[in-house]
Design a protein around this ligand. Structure first.
Ligand SMILES: *[C@@H]1O[C@H](CO)[C@@H](O)[C@H](O)[C@H]1NC(C)=O
Ligand SMILES: *[C@@H]1O[C@H](CO)[C@@H](O)[C@H](O)[C@H]1NC(C)=O
Length: 573
């Protein structure tokens, strides 16, 4: 070959070949995977969630979340956005003096939204620790009935002799892991110890082993500072450090093949799942002879941040479907919100055993138009409460999503009406709770008022339809409001109603119907526009006009039609 082509041609061929290799592996990754050119992003209406933003200064810049599904509390590691923009060592931001020094763990009672919709938001106190905290990822374990927190802390570097700050853009952050125990009565995090080690280079995520002693941190880069960090997006970088809480010792336990190691989760079988932000890989590691050897890998096709293993064993990932938009949102977080995707690898332990390389990755929710979700770096799935919590390192709010009641149960009245108007097959398909396989009403099925109210969408807006005084709205999270719904003149209702409007719009047979609604938000709390359907008089909204909008459903009584229609519309999508 060499003789025919000559050395010069050969070297050109090698250059072309090398370029091809670089193109296919790196450039292709950057264009199609990281930036996401050509990726289909779906609108949030395609997914069965009602999502509400919760905005408060205590919920800014929350990089990571942890759910206590037993005690029904959500913990968030937050700061202020100004601070994130000044001091984010992971993003090469090193202005020590511009930190707000307000980093904190925020707490929400996830089943008690309260009338202000803030879920009893407060922050944990700190005891026995007198420096600032500069938070990032964290993990929590229940150890003998007490919650222990492992918090990544990006301390500013300090000259040990003079006590002055060093130039962090040269030496980087002095990142450590702080261990705290939560005193639940005083809601105070009591400092247990600081774990400092050379193996904790650029920590991002942390996952604690079952025994509550061993923990693994991801280093998102190879070095704290320096020009080579920029190249790592192309050539990869990062590592895993394995540490012991008792001895405070850490060592690098894996450092090959990472591409911005970021989120990490741990399961009961001793697997660690690690998200590679740039390549969209999730690698699976096991501790063998103090090394975290890679036993598997999963291609998700999305750049990702944090991972969460939910109570059903599904691995949930906060992904970036449009990385350029995410980057923009970090620069102007109050005005720009990026699309977000939440991926789920259902039953990951089982998939590891049975499917080999053919992992199934599905979308739990996506928000193409950034209507409700934050520019998310973490998503946590609450299996018990049918909720999703999302937060973002550069977001001014978090978002709480509640699953729309698919398979919603019918009131006795609606079940009866449905049997008159639908085929047995349709009944069984539409509502397995209320009807058996041959379409007969199940006698054991519970009924409203236990059950959720009928729910519909019209003009793309969710509607909850209630029969005043006869069918109070009783979806459990809204139980607080249900009494108030019984009477429009009730002062509780007036108090609760600031975030929503209800009004009588139909008067069939003297039975007023109430329609309460809001845009894509929790209908009973959120601010926004919600007056479209609610008119002070009937003059501009006739029964026919409403039915036209909701669809025409035979010749039932008008209020039945609305209720029934609302229900079946809901289960159809
Ligand atoms: C760091 O932040 C302070 C306070 O906001 C500002 O005055 C200073 O110019 C910043 N320094 C750099 C290097 O950007
Ligand atoms: C880093 O933090 C550790 C733990 O507080 C401290 O002992 C050490 O002096 C710090 N180093 C620098 C360079 O700030």
């Amino acid at each position: 070959m060499v003789g025919i082509l000559g050395p010069r041609a050969l070297s050109w061929a090698l250059v072309v070949l090398a370029t091809g290799v670089v193109y296919t592996t790196y450039i292709h990754n950057i264009i199609f995977l990281t930036i996401g050119i050509g990726r289909e992003i779906q609108p949030i209406e395609d997914f069965p969630w009602i999502c509400t933003r919760v905005q408060h200064s205590l919920l800014e810049g929350c990089e990571d979340l942890w759910l206590d599904d037993q005690e029904r509390k959500l913990y968030a590691a937050c700061t202020s956005l100004d601070s994130r923009q000044a001091w984010s060592p992971a993003g090469d931001k090193y202005n020590i003096s511009a930190r707000s020094r307000t980093d904190h763990i925020a707490v929400l009672d996830i089943d008690q939204p309260g009338l202000d919709g803030l879920y009893g938001l407060r922050q944990l106190q700190i005891g026995g620790y007198h420096d600032d905290l500069d938070l990032h990822g964290f993990d929590v374990r229940n150890i003998e009935g007490r919650l222990r927190f492992w918090l990544i802390n990006h301390r500013p570097p300090v000259d040990p002799v003079t006590g002055e700050f060093l130039d962090a853009s040269t030496v980087g952050a002095n990142s450590t892991v702080e261990i705290f125990d939560l005193d639940e009565t005083s809601e105070t995090l009591e400092h247990v110890k600081t774990v400092a080690s050379e193996a904790i280079i650029t920590p991002n995520g942390v996952a604690v082993e079952e025994d509550g002693l061993g923990f693994v941190i991801t280093n998102d880069h190879n070095t704290k500072t320096g020009a080579s960090r920029g190249l790592e997006i192309l050539i990869g970088g990062g590592s895993l450090a394995y540490c012991r809480s008792d001895t405070g010792k850490c060592h690098i336990a894996a450092d090959k093949g990472f591409s911005m190691a970021n989120g990490i989760a741990h399961d009961k079988n001793g697997h660690f799942y690690v998200a590679h932000s740039v390549t969209g890989l999730i690698t699976v590691h096991k501790l063998v002879n103090n090394q975290l050897i890679q036993v598997d890998s999963i291609h998700t096709g999305y750049p990702m941040d944090n991972l969460w293993l939910d109570a059903d064993g599904n691995l949930i990932a906060a992904a970036f479907p449009d990385f350029i938009a995410f980057a923009k949102s970090t620069m102007d977080p109050y005005n720009v919100v990026a699309p977000a995707t939440v991926l789920s690898i259902n039953g990951i332990a089982n998939q590891l055993k049975t499917l080999g390389k053919n992992f199934k990755v599905s979308k739990l929710v996506e928000d193409r138009d950034a209507k409700s979700l934050p520019s998310s770096t973490v998503a946590v799935h609450d299996v018990k409460g049918h909720k999703l919590f999302l937060a973002g390192v550069f977001s001014p709010f978090i978002t709480i999503c509640e699953q729309l009641p698919h398979g919603l149960r019918l009131s006795g009245e609606l079940a009866y009406i449905a049997t008159k108007h639908l085929t047995n097959k349709a009944l069984a398909k539409a509502n397995p709770y209320a009807f058996d396989q041959s379409g007969r009403i199940k006698s054991a099925a519970t009924r409203i008022p236990e059950d959720p109210a009928p729910l519909a969408r019209a003009h793309g807006l969710p509607l909850i339809i209630v029969n005043k005084d006869s069918v109070p709205l009783t979806r459990r999270p809204f139980a607080l409001h249900s009494a108030a719904l019984k009477s429009k003149s009730d002062k509780n209702l007036k108090g609760a109603a600031s975030a929503f409007t209800i009004g009588t719009i139909l008067h069939p047979g003297g039975m007023p119907l109430i329609i309460a609604m809001s845009p894509d938000t929790n209908p009973f709390r959120a601010a926004g526009e919600f007056t479209l359907w609610v008119k002070p008089s009937f003059s501009d909204w006739t029964v026919d006009a409403v039915l036209d909008e909701l669809g025409k459903v035979g010749n039932m009584r008008q209020n039945d039609i609305l209720g029934t229609f609302a229900y079946f519309k809901q289960t159809e999508d």
